[in-house]
Design a protein around this ligand. Sequence first.
Ligand code: GRF
Length: 200
Amino acid sequence: MNIAVFCSGNGTNLQAIIDSQKKGYIKADIRLVVSDVPDCYSLTRAKNAGIKALVIERKNFKTKKDFELKILKALKKENIGLVVLAGYMRMLSGDFISAYENKILNIHPALLPSFKGSHGIKDAFEYGVKITGPTVHFVTLDMDAGPVILQSPVKVTEDDTEETLAEVIHEEEHKIYPRAIQLFVEGKLKIEGRKVRILD
Ligand code: GRF
């Protein structure tokens, strides 16, 4: 199976996915990295790993439709079977999601359905929760609302700052995202309504 990873930033999840694939844990081909941010560090990581990387910026297209068509064309060319969003800071349209229905994963740094949106760690920390942690889920039209695949609970300690908490959450992300991807690759994720059954 060919995988495309979409990134906009630092790309520590991309790195964890690359490392897992190199170790033979993810048995699939990371064929493409797609970024909407020309100078983000994810692109350097892709380059270092010898993975083809494409920068496709929204500002270079008149409409969101044209922008996404360009991406879809690139995915088709590489025969991509799974799209992995790893810190990709754009909402995908219904048309895009339909083109890859149940084949797009995302990771969110809070225990969904709590603290949706782009500040999941900060929002959970400021709310004062005692447990938080990342969620891997299928992508549907509504933001951070698709069926949950894996979650990893992280305790918030008395000494935690937002930064120390973020570090622990990221460590967990780097474990559960490769695991969820490999489950998908093995065909072990069965969506039943809102639930994802993990097959043995
Ligand atoms: C992660 O915290 C992820 O949960 C969120 O965006 C962040 C990406 O971090 N969706 P990185 O670019 O993988 O380091």
